[in-house]
Design a protein around this ligand. Structure first.
Ligand SMILES: NC(=O)c1ccc[n+]([C@@H]2O[C@H](COP(=O)([O-])OP(=O)(O)OC[C@H]3O[C@@H](n4cnc5c(N)ncnc54)[C@H](O)[C@@H]3O)[C@@H](O)[C@H]2O)c1
Length: 257
């Protein structure tokens, strides 16, 4: 239960869903956790949960698409905890309204494309940019865990910008892993299939969920804690020989015809 003792983690988009589960899981393993989210009240509520579990926590109101905001996020974490070892780039544009405007390229507006790239991809570059100098100072044992999606691996008629932004995350991860590996910084990508967050459970019709379940190789649909367990593994030295990888967590959905 103490695989992350002494480490400091920041989780973007940590106010709910997978990010919240990861904050709680990282804290359970001994990390001090900063929860960064555009929803400050949500971030503070998760910070309170972490504190109730006996770990130190910090909530930071952050817009990951904005460089000044990301810079403040990293500075606040380092000022509070004195170091930064784990960066989990989890935030993404997931709200139904912007996603509903993300369609095929013939209908794509530059606004939707740019907003999606800024929140999903540029954000992860910016957080790496500002975290890496502090991670270098830690001299080993640092881990960046970037969040992609199964949407990066296959085409679809909708969510073109979302899929393309997530595919960019795979390349970003390999470049970061390559540039800073010898500084003791690993970087990996998590590629989830459908994960039953509260928002997904509320939005996805039951019939669609049943059709999805029928294609899974596992008995149940993944939950936020399944991804959080992988975040902890990739954040910890248990995965010290894994870097630059993209790891699919989708109940076998993408591995069969
Ligand atoms: N849930 C799934 O089925 C699924 C599947 C594949 C990939 N993912 C990926 O997992 C990650 C988490 O997804 P989720 O389902 O838990 O999402 P969610 O919608 O439950 O949570 C996303 C969080 O990100 C925050 N956020 C949004 N824009 C932000 C910004 N500009 N700055 C800071 N915070 C911002 C939101 O406030 C929210 O707290 C995302 O990267 C998503 O693309 C999720």
């Amino acid at each position: 239960m103490d695989r992350l003792s002494g480490k400091v983690a920041v989780v973007t988009g940590g106010a709910r869903g997978i990010g919240r589960a990861s904050c709680l899981a990282l804290a359970r393993e001994g990390a001090r956790v900063a929860i960064a989210d555009i929803d400050f009240d949500g971030a503070e509520a998760v910070a309170e949960e972490v504190r109730e579990a006996g770990r130190e926590a910090l909530s930071v109101g952050t817009d990951v698409a904005d460089e000044a905001s990301v810079e403040v996020m990293v500075a606040a974490v380092v000022e509070k905890f004195g170091r930064l070892d784990i960066l989990h780039n989890n935030a993404a544009l997931t709200a139904p309204e912007p996603l509903s405007r993300d369609r095929g390229v013939a209908e794509m507006t530059v606004e939707v494309w740019d907003q999606t790239m800024a929140v999903n991809l540029r954000s992860q570059m910016l957080a790496c940019k500002h975290a890496v100098p502090h991670m270098r100072r830690a001299q080993g044992g640092c881990s960046i865990v970037n969040m992609s999606s199964g949407a990066a691996l296959k085409g679809d008629k909708v969510r073109t910008a979302y899929g393309a932004s997530k595919a960019g995350v795979h390349a970003l991860t390999m470049y970061v892993a390559t540039a800073y590996g010898r500084d003791g910084i690993r970087a990996n990508t998590i590629v989830p299939g459908l994960i039953l967050t509260e928002a997904v459970a509320a939005q996805v019709p039951a019939a669609m969920l049943d059709a999805y379940k029928a294609q899974l190789l596992t008995p149940a649909v993944g939950e936020p804690s399944d991804v959080a367990n992988l975040v902890v593994f990739l954040a910890s030295d248990d995965s010290r020989y894994i870097t630059g990888e993209a790891i699919v967590i989708d109940g076998g959905m993408s591995c069969h015809a």
